[in-house]
Design a protein around this ligand. Structure first.
Ligand code: NAD
Length: 389
């Protein structure tokens, strides 16, 4: 029987709507930030969205620094450089501006700048985070420019440990941004591949949270509506990136996914993390590849739940109908059906498959899978994704 004891958290103040980036000075005032470090990634730094946000700061005469050494799937060297920029610039808070990579790194800089322990001590396992100096976590205003990770409403940052080739989830309850500006106009410039990958990430969050066995009826409800919003709007924005209404619904679905996944994630993420760490693939796209294989493997535990979700989303045919819908969506978004479509020249021997399976079962997200994720189970999902079975 599911335990009826649980810890529930809900996100922060969100200023949602087109054009609300103009409220950045007000958001900084509320967060208590006078001299922000603006953290973004180098690709975005060249795009007009960053220019627009910086113009808002300049107009309001807010002294700020800009740090853009954030690689997709950020690594410790990015964090070290960011912490150093924070200290040398005399900053008192962070504007985390971008996709999950820049949002996570911005949050991690604000966290790590005041700590004396290595960041890896704060991995989301056990309770090491209680040893952090919580009073020295700098405030963050988060501004997402993708609609996928939902990192803007989360208390975690994902960082790749290059020494061990593992993706680690660094967690602290006070890493939550103080204010979020969710302005869908900032996502209009996403190219179709990023729109698809990030949107499928939001879907993976909602779907895995919905299926996770934890007791959290509110998160389950949010996750179900998030799934419906993605199914309805992701094809629209993939076809027409300027569709602001669709972009707004996707931005909401992304925040909903990350709100819901406090209930748990599962094997999609548990497998996607080692693949992302070893092959540097896009996180959401990797989730999208694994999605149907994980659904099939988990079917014995989620058949009825998915049938209910299908009915809610107006999809006929119960579990089979829902699984067909996911396959059709992937095809429409040009998501590769096999892992080899994502990783050029993929050739995994038995030892590599075993390594990935072992990494998957110790990933912090594995515990939320509705079927216990064993090494054998993880290997068999991986093989299905390689073979396209
Ligand atoms: P990303 O941040 O890595 O960005 C991908 C690419 O999209 C970059 O090249 C970036 O420059 C570009 N981009 C971003 N916004 C754009 C825009 N508006 N227009 C044009 N280009 C734009 O991608 P992501 O999927 O948002 O984030 C992935 C990262 O987030 C991974 O490291 C993943 O592990 C992490 N993640 C974190 C959480 C969390 O809870 N903290 C959850 C899921 C994933």
């Amino acid at each position: 029987m599911t335990s009826l004891t649980a810890n529930w958290s809900f996100p922060t103040a969100i200023r949602f709507g087109p054009g609300r980036i103009a409220e950045l000075p007000e958001a900084l005032r509320i967060a208590g930030i006078a001299r922000p470090l603006f953290v973004t990634d180098p690709g975005l730094a060249k795009l007009p969205v960053v220019g627009r946000a910086l113009a808002v700061l300049e107009e309001a005469k807010i002294a700020h620094g800009v740090f853009s050494e954030v690689k997709p799937n950020p690594v410790e060297a990015n964090l070290t450089a960011g912490v150093s920029a924070f200290a040398t610039g005399g900053h008192d808070g962070v504007i985390a501006f971008g996709g999950g990579s820049a949002l996570d790194l911005g949050k991690l800089i604000a966290f790590a700048a005041g700590q004396n322990r290595p960041v890896w001590d704060f991995e989301d396992v056990g309770d090491w985070w209680t040893r952090a100096d919580a009073d020295r976590i700098a405030p963050v205003v988060a501004v997402p420019t993708t609609a996928g990770t939902g990192s803007e409403v989360g208390r975690a940052g994902v960082l790749t440990n290059e020494a061990t080739h593992t993706k680690k989830v660094i967690f602290h309850p006070k890493m939550l941004p103080a204010v979020v500006i969710a302005d869908p106009e900032l996502t209009v410039g996403m190219p179709p591949f990023i729109t698809a990958g990030t949107g499928m990430d939001a879907l993976a969050h909602c779907l895995e949270a919905y299926c996770a066995p934890g007791f959290h009826p509110m998160a389950a409800g949010i996750a179900a509506e998030g799934v419906r919003l993605v199914l309805e709007n992701l094809p629209r924005v993939f076809a027409d990136g300027t569709d602001i209404a669709g972009r707004a619904q996707m931005m909401a679905a992304a925040a909903m996914g990350a709100t819901a996944f406090q209930k748990g994630l599962g094997a999609i993420h548990a497998l996607s993390h080692p693949i992302g760490a070893l092959y540097d693939t896009h996180h959401g796209m990797t989730n999208a590849v694994f999605m149907p294989y994980v659904l099939a493997a988990n079917r014995p535990a989620i058949d009825g739940r998915i049938a209910r979700l299908a009915a809610y989303c107006d999809i006929s045919g119960g579990f089979d109908g829902f699984a067909r819908e996911i396959l059709a969506l992937r095809e429409r978004l040009q998501v590769p059906h096999r892992l080899g479509g994502l990783i050029a020249g993929l050739d995994m021997d038995a030892a590599r498959k075993e390594l990935i399976a072992q990494m998957a079962i110790v990933d912090p997200t594995a515990g939320g899978n509705p079927v216990e994720l064993t090494a054998e189970g993880a290997r068999s999902i991986l093989e299905a994704a390689i073979d396209g079975a």
